[in-house]
Write a protein that binds this ligand. Structure first.
Ligand SMILES: Nc1ncnc2c1ncn2[C@@H]1O[C@H](COP(=O)(O)OP(=O)(O)O)[C@@H](O)[C@H]1O
Ligand SMILES: [Mg+2]
Length: 297
């Protein structure tokens, strides 16, 4: 009996030791896990801070890119605009010179007519200049209602000289009045980029035609703007790089490769999407989708 008692005591002591050891081990493991978790937490916090840094860097780079692209485009446009302004300017001068002669001869009626021509030629110049003013401006302005029909008409007007010169037919189909929220100047910048690309695309085409279509997707509550051309379409090897900044297939005097990169960032900033595909009947089609102005929903 004594012996049995002794053995039970021994067993009890042993199991108590084992329990203590297990508890100590558990404590140690908890301490270790806590340490690991704290370290992991810190690593995440550091990574997050870095992510935020990168994000703000990207954002400012994008802003700079947009601004740089605007200036580059202004340069590109300068040549075309110089031509556009020179024509009415030459006309004004001719009418003015003539008027002097008419005045000397006392031909009042002709003078009046010439003054009328001078007035309308300078109004035309004013319209062109008015379109350009916005481009040099840094726009971070509050969003306003943008009338897409007006934006399309203004952009086409600005390029009408080029369309005419290259013998390109422009077809505009505006089904409904459509308003979106954003910036008028930037919206026109997107349109001009797309129209300019379409112009370049049809340069060598047998049939030169650019079609602008504006419609409303009532389900998605989006304005849908399509710019389609009768060119050769987007080449397979070009498609993956289309929206990359500085990607261009044009000569350096013609293309900077910024147009689509900037346009897509502008459209994205307006909560929309810019996409491109080849039309089944040939030629490229660029599609701009922008959320409708809230009050029109
Ligand atoms: N309408 C189009 N049809 C075919 N290819 C196009 C069209 N628009 C753009 N591209 C292709 O995408 C490239 C990039 O366009 P973009 O960013 O506007 O730069 P850029 O016009 O200065 O070359 C063009 O060089 C051209 O190869
Ligand atoms: Mg371009």
């Amino acid at each position: 009996a004594w012996y049995q008692h002794r053995r039970r005591l021994q067993e009890r002591l042993e199991s108590r030791d084992a329990l203590r050891r297990a508890a100590a081990e558990l404590d140690q493991r908890i301490a270790q896990r806590t340490e690991e978790l704290t370290a992991a937490n810190q690593a995440i916090a550091t990574k997050y801070a870095k992510l935020q840094q990168t994000e703000s860097l990207l954002r400012s780079t994008q802003d700079e890119l947009v601004q740089a692209g605007k200036l580059a485009m202004l340069g590109q446009m300068a040549a075309g605009v110089t031509h556009e302004l020179n024509q009415p300017l030459a006309a004004i001068r001719a009418f003015a010179d003539n008027s002097v002669k008419f005045l000397a001869r006392g031909q009042q009626a002709q003078v009046a007519e010439n003054l009328q021509h001078i007035s309308s030629a300078s109004a035309h110049m004013g319209r062109i200049i008015g379109q350009l003013k916005g481009f040099a401006r840094k726009s971070g302005d509050a969003p306003v209602a943008v009338d897409l029909r007006q934006a399309i008409e203004a952009s086409v007007l600005l390029l009408s000289g080029d369309f005419e010169k290259q013998g390109v037919e422009v077809r505009i189909e505006l089904r409904e009045a459509v308003h979106v929220t954003g910036d008028v100047v930037r919206t026109e910048q997107v349109l001009i980029n797309l129209l300019r690309n379409a112009l370049d695309a049809v340069e060598e085409a047998p049939r030169k035609c650019v079609c602008v279509l504006l419609e409303v997707d009532h389900v998605q509550r989006q304005a849908v703007l399509r710019i389609r051309d009768s060119g050769t379409g987007i080449a397979d090897e070009v498609a993956p790089h289309l929206f990359e900044p500085f990607f261009t297939t044009k000569s350096s005097s013609k293309g900077l490769g910024l147009g689509l990169a900037i346009s897509s960032s502008i459209v994205q900033a307006m909560n929309g999407q810019l996409s491109a595909h080849n039309h089944e009947q040939g030629g490229a089609e660029f599609v701009v989708r922008l959320p409708l102005l809230k009050t029109e929903n």
